[in-house]
Write a protein that binds this ligand. Structure first.
Ligand code: HEM
Length: 496
């Protein structure tokens, strides 16, 4: 079954309130496409994004998951980013699944973004977690006396204290967005948010002394959303884009992301800039400290093309439940205990495992029309939506433009001065910021869209109370308010 980004249209309920809001649009509507959709350009994009091509980090997968992390000589292109830890990749993926989902456009045909439905509400309100709420999505909520229909339903992995999302009898996750079961790490972030909400319900009951279930739910949901939005502005965005651009937009406003009636997702963001996260993915991870044989750490590849066992594969695919399939967060976020691992730098290479995505991610692959290479899919999607080149976007933003020399590896394809925007954003991060964060064009697009979505959402903390600061406790009790970070959220949720 296809699980991530490639859903057939007919599985979606046609009239669902949950699914039918929003369209895509353009941020730089007047700019022409980077190239016409010709057989030559298609061939060039397939060549650039192919396995073994210039975007393949050429990880020595045969060395196995442990050595790929611990032996630096194997990681020439798998270099450590001192600015971002491994968990930020999956927080980024989780954020994507809160804002945007295009399961219908084709890699073979051009499409007008304004005629393509976004199957997520274009906001950062956690509809991937809450679904349509206790009334509209009762299957997500615990209907027992303890859950009162307002707490989320969770199930056990088989290891005491470690939860999995609920699943139906065929192992399909019962969650607000199916893509949050695409790999084990994003699955466990979903679990963390479900438990965060449940803990916030207890807080609303015991600390705020609310008694009616609907009041408890509403207050817990507000706490969850606002703390999450705080983290994405003050931790995720500032680390990914740099503090200066975030502060500038908050103080002086957005320059490029504007809308008439309500916010939409620009294709320059969803097809290009925000796919930067694909280059942060590592070939393998340490999932936890005790799930391996004899209570040793469980290391695994992010994906293997043909996972060994559908119930408990030896990679980090989602869609399965087994006692070892849980995440210990200190590898992914910095709990100051020396266990954290860094992200891969942002550059124009992707981990080799992503050039042959498994059938659970890309169903019915075809080398030219439905490729298994994530890089090829991203590049072809630029033709679907006629995206402008990175150079034109940089000029339109009055930002420095990369030189042809910076993009000389695209010269053979004639794309060194009209570069697909995703590739451009990655090369800009690599060239201008040494791969530690996004460069000026990528950072500005992403920060404007995130902050614009929050400013356009009447229920966000930036709209309702821009001076608000977090009220839930930090791990370090000497810190409060604006110091609240993802580690504090995970601790409050009871998963770390
Ligand atoms: C293991 C991790 C990930 C995998 C396997 C993965 C895979 C995919 C796949 C297969 C697609 C659909 C490609 C297409 O057909 O056009 C996609 C779309 C996308 N991905 Fe990822 N991704 C991962 C992580 C991330 C991260 C970390 C980010 C950003 C920080 C990200 C951002 C996006 C965006 C913005 C889209 C387009 C979404 C839409 O509009 O439908 N992904 N990803």
């Amino acid at each position: 079954m296809a699980r991530h980004g490639v859903y057939p249209h007919d599985i979606v309920p046609a009239k669902s309130k949950y699914f039918d809001s929003g369209r895509f649009g353009r941020m730089f509507g007047k700019l022409p496409a980077f190239a016409a959709d010709t057989p030559e350009i298609r061939a060039a994009l397939l060549d650039i994004g192919k396995a073994g091509g210039i975007m393949d980090a050429k990880d020595k997968l045969s060395e196995g998951p442990v050595k790929l992390i611990t032996d630096p000589t194997l990681g020439v292109k798998n270099t450590d980013n001192p600015n971002l830890t491994a968990g930020f990749t999956f927080l980024g993926q989780f954020l994507d699944h809160d804002m945007t989902f295009d399961p219908t456009s084709s890699l073979e045909r051009q499409a007008d973004p304004e005629h393509i439905s976004n199957f997520r509400t274009p906001s950062l309100g956690l509809d991937n977690v809450y679904g349509s709420g206790p009334g509209g999505s009762p299957h997500l909520y615990d209907q027992s006396a303890a859950g009162r229909g307002i707490k989320f339903l969770l199930e056990e992995t088989g290891t005491p204290g470690k939860s999995d999302v609920p699943r139906n009898s065929q192992r399909v996750a019962l969650i607000g967005d199916p893509r949050n079961d695409e790999n084990l790490i994003v699955n466990q972030l979903q679990v963390a948010f479900l438990r965060f909400h449940n803990a916030a319900c207890e807080y609303a009951k015991t600390k705020i002394k609310l008694t009616a279930p609907d009041q408890i739910f509403a207050e817990a949901q507000r706490l969850v959303r606002w703390h999450y939005q705080w983290i994405l502005v003050h931790e995720f965005l500032k680390k990914t884009c740099g503090e200066a651009v975030v502060d500038d937009i908050l103080e002086n406003g957005r320059k490029f992301y504007k809308w008439n009636n309500e916010p939409f997702i620009p294709v320059e963001f969803s097809v290009a800039a925000y796919r930067f996260g694909h280059s942060q993915i590592r070939p393998s991870y340490r999932a936890n400290f005790t799930g391996g044989p004899g209570g040793t750490p469980f290391f695994a590849m992010i994906f293997t093309p043909t996972p060994s066992d559908p119930v408990d594969p030896d990679d980090l695919s989602g869609g399965c439940r087994a006692p070892r399939r849980f995440i210990d967060w200190p590898t992914f976020f910095d709990f100051k205990d020396g266990n954290v691992k860094p992200n891969k730098k942002i550059d124009t290479t992707l981990s080799t495992a992503l050039f042959k995505l498994p059938g659970s991610v890309v169903a019915n692959p075809n080398a030219t029309s439905n490729p298994q290479s994530l890089a090829q899919r991203n590049l072809l999607r630029h033709l679907t939506f006629s995206l402008p080149s990175g150079q034109r976007v940089a000029k339109a933003m009055s930002l420095p433009v990369l030189s042809k020399g910076d993009l000389s590896d695209l010269k053979a394809h004639g794309l060194d001065d009209r570069t697909p925007l995703w590739f451009y954003v990655l090369r800009e991060a690599q060239t201008v910021e040494n791969g530690e964060r996004l460069g000026p064009v990528g950072a500005r697009i992403i920060a404007e869209v995130f902050l614009g979505l929050l400013q356009g959402d009447q229920s966000s903390y930036l709209s309702q109370d821009p001076e608000w600061q977090p009220s839930l406790p930090c791990i370090d009790s000497s810190l409060t308010g604006d110091d609240f970070r993802i580690v504090d959220l995970l601790r409050f949720a009871g998963v770390a």
